[in-house]
Structure formats: C-alpha cells, structure tokens
Design a protein around this ligand. Structure first.
Ligand code: GLP
Length: 250
C-alpha cells in the first residue's frame, strides 16, 4: 500500500484487500482501546457497494479473531424516505445483512436516520442530538457518489449543513435504478447527515474503488472547495484519509 500526499491531503492507495485491512485495523484499534477503558466506540457508517469488502473483513475478524462489537455505537449517514426497516433496499436492512447480523452489536446501539418520520425537521434534530449525546463520532466512513455527494449531500450542500431531509439528484436516482428495478421505484427523498455533521467526526475516511470514481475523487481532493462538489469540503478536515484503489487513484 502506498501513501501519497496531494497538497494537504493524504491518499492511501492499494488493492481493495489492502484498503480493507488498513481500514479494519483502524476500526479494530479504536474498538479495542475503548473497550479497555470501558467506553463505547462511536462509528459513523456508510452504505453502497464500496464498503462491502470492509464489512466482510470486520465480520471475519469478529468470527476468527474475537473482535467484539459489544461496545460499538453506530450512526449511519443516511436513509431513503419511505422505505421501512423491512424493505430490502432500506439502508437499515443493508447494514444488518452486510454487517450487524454477523457481529455481536447491541441492536439498541445501531442508529440509522428514520425513513418515515412524522416530522422530518424534528427527527433530524433528534439524530444530531443523539450523536452529540454519544460524545460525537470517533471514526466516520464515507463512500462517494458520482457527482461528489457524501451521504446524500447532493450538489448544493453547504459546509454548515446538518442532518436534514433532502431531495435526491437525478444522477443519484439513475445510479440507484438497477437496485430498485427502474428509476420509477427509487425514492425521491432521503434523510442525511449534513456536511457539517460529517466534518465534526474526529477521524474521517473516504473509500473509493474503480475508475468510475477517478474524476470525482480528483475534483474532490484537488479542486476548489465548493458546494458544487460537496466531498471537496473534506479537504478542510484535519484528520482525513482518502483510501483509493488503483482505479480510483488513477
Ligand atoms: C449512495 C449513498 C452514499 C454512497 C454512494 C456511492 O448515494 N447514499 O453514501 O457513498 O451511494 O455508492 P457506491 O459505493 O455503491 O458507489
């Protein structure tokens, strides 16, 4: 694995396997250190295809190496509006299928933004409050959308944005169409942590794989910081790591 510096940004470049080992090492260290102090580790987690091999590696460490998630509290970045927890495309369900069902996390410690809140603004405020009450996110994992969104912070999302209800961009809906069997089935709205919420995390890591992400990763790491590419605001974070495979790094 290579460590490459781009201006103030640090990229870790390697195979998917190397990226996953390195990221899983960070998670494991945090969990074990906190456990030794009798404290919880607060993880910010992401969905999408990108982190799946990382989750598989964490499950493997749980099964084979005794890594316990009993002291983990998790906050997911986002959730589609209108998809209940039993909907297989809800991010709640995806997190359980790909990670939580296979480890010893306590269900009450798993947080995903609500999909069907009666009052979205209030629910968003409560999500923010829950993160604060937990002591803030220690380690936040991100993927990146084709137009530079993080969570569901689409183009136009400002640096100060907090958890809120958002409308999905056309490109995001198109990208999800296959998973939903057509664009017409993709939810039009979601609830997402804001850019500001994400930047409050003590450590932020963004994982990107494949050539399809190369251009947007470049614009995010090296371009001007602007709401046109919300991931560009990550340049501001003092403890930010970009974890890229050869395709995404280019
Ligand atoms: C969705 C999610 C993002 C994710 C992005 C990329 O928009 N809300 O959190 O980063 O998809 O997904 P993938 O990893 O499948 O490319």
């Amino acid at each position: 694995m290579k460590k490459v510096e781009f201006g103030s940004q640090i990229a870790h470049v390697g195979s998917t396997e190397e990226l996953c080992v390195s990221l899983a090492d960070e998670v494991e260290k945090l969990i074990r250190e906190r456990a030794a102090e009798g404290k919880m580790a607060i993880l910010g987690l992401a969905t999408g295809k990108t982190p799946l091999p990382l989750y598989a590696e964490l499950v493997r460490r749980h099964r084979e190496e005794g890594l316990s998630f009993a002291n983990v509290v998790s906050f997911n970045l986002d959730e589609y509006e209108g998809l209940g927890r039993d909907h297989e495309r809800s991010y709640w369900a995806e997190m359980w299928v790909n990670l939580f069902d296979h480890v010893d996390v306590v269900e009450g410690n798993v947080n995903v933004p609500p999909s069907e809140p009666e009052d979205a603004e209030r629910a968003a405020g409560e999500y923010e409050e829950a993160i604060r009450a937990a002591g803030g996110i220690d380690w936040q994992l991100l993927g990146i959308g084709g137009e530079g969104h993080i969570g569901f912070n689409e183009k136009g999302s400002e640096l100060e944005s907090r958890t809120r209800r958002v409308e999905l961009a056309k490109r995001t809906v198109e990208d999800a169409a296959d998973d939903f069997g057509g664009v017409e089935n993709v939810p039009t709205h979601a609830m997402t942590m804001g850019v500001g919420t994400i930047l409050d995390a003590k450590r932020v890591v963004l994982m990107a794989r494949g050539e399809g992400k190369q251009e947007i990763v470049k614009r995010s790491m090296e371009g001007e910081m602007s709401a046109d590419v919300p991931a560009s605001f990550l340049q501001k974070h003092e403890n930010m790591g970009w974890f890229l495979d050869e395709g995404a790094a280019g």
